[in-house]
Design a protein around this ligand. Sequence first.
Ligand SMILES: Nc1ncnc2c1ncn2[C@@H]1O[C@H](COP(=O)(O)OP(=O)(O)OP(=O)(O)O)[C@@H](O)[C@H]1O
Length: 328
Amino acid sequence: MSLSVAGVSVRFGNKNALLDVDLEVADHEVVAVLGPSGSGKSTLLRVVAGLQEPSSGTVRLDDVNVTRVPPHRRGVGLMFQDHVLFPHRDVAGNIRFGNSRADIGSLLGLVGLPDAGRRRVDTLSGGEQQRVALARALAPSPKLLMLDEPLGQLDRELRERLVVELRRLFVRLGTTVLAVTHDQREAFALADRVVVMTEGRIAQIGTPREIWEQPASEFVARFLGFTNIVDVDGGASTPWGAVPPAFAGERILVRPAGVLLTPTSGDAMGKVEVATFAGERVDILLAIPGAPPLKAHCPPATAPEPGDEVSVRLDPAQIVVLPRESPE
Ligand SMILES: Nc1ncnc2c1ncn2[C@@H]1O[C@H](COP(=O)(O)OP(=O)(O)OP(=O)(O)O)[C@@H](O)[C@H]1O
C-alpha cells in the first residue's frame, strides 16, 4: 500500500505539532521517522492511522483520500508505544483479541515464538512481549504497518537483534511500514528511507547513507551526533587547521575519521583530553588552544593516550559542507 501525506498540519492550541508536512511512501517501502522528543513523530503516525484529525492537509492510501475515514476502515496495523497486552490472557488470546480469524500458529512462527500460544503474557520477557504485540499488529494482515518505538523499552543488545529480525520480516511480508523511533541506529538498520523531523517539520528525507553522508543541515548533523562543526574563514583556515580553498567561507563538518593525528608535522597542536575505547576504534577528544574541542577516531593500535601532545591534520575527503540554516 502506498501512502501520501500532503500539506498536513496539526495545531494544539497555538502550537504546531506538525507544520505543512509532505511525505510519500511507496508500496513495500520501509520508512523510519526519526527525531528528538516532541518533534511531531507520533502525531504524524496518529494522523496516518486516523487517530488524530489534521488541522489541514490530506492523507491518501493507495491514492484514496482517507483524511476523514475512521481508523478501523483504513486497513492499517498499529503497534504503539503504550500498547497494552492483557497480562492474564495467554499469548494466543492476546493476538486473537479483535482479530477472531487470525492464524495464530503462523503469526507466532513469523515473530519467532512458535510454541508460546498457551503462555500467559506476564510470564514472558520484555522482548517476547514486544513480539506478541507485533504479532497482534500483523494479525489483520495490514497493508500498511505503523510502529511507534517498536523496540523502545528493550535493552540495547536485544534491540540490535530484534531490529535485524524485523527488517527481514518486513522484506519477507512485503508490508509497507512507517516506524517511529528516536534511535538513529534503529532507524538506519530498519528502513529503506529515513525522515528526520524537528519542531513539526521534516528536516531531511533520504536513504540512511544519504543522510549520513550529507546531512541537510546543522540540526541533522548534530542530531546524528556530529560535533566537529566550524566556520572556515576567507583564507581557508579553521581553528583546527587549514582546509582546501574550496571550503573558504563555508560552515563545515569534519567527520571524526577525518581528524588525522600524528606525533609531528600537522597544522595544529593539541592535547588528548579523553580517549575512550570503542572496539574497532578509539574515540579521542582533543583540546587545541583557542579552538573548540575536536573529536577524532583512531585505530586502537596507533591511538594516543590522554595527556599526549599530537598534531592534527584534516582530511578533505571527510569534510562536509553544511547548508546555512535559512532565517525564518
Ligand atoms: N493531545 C495533545 N495536546 C496538546 N499537545 C500535544 C498533544 N499531542 C502532542 N502534543 C504536542 O505536540 C508536539 C509533538 O508531539 P509528538 O508526541 O508528536 O512528538 P514525538 O516526536 O512523538 O515525541 P516523543 O519522541 O517524545 O514521543 C509536542 O510538543 C507535544 O507536547
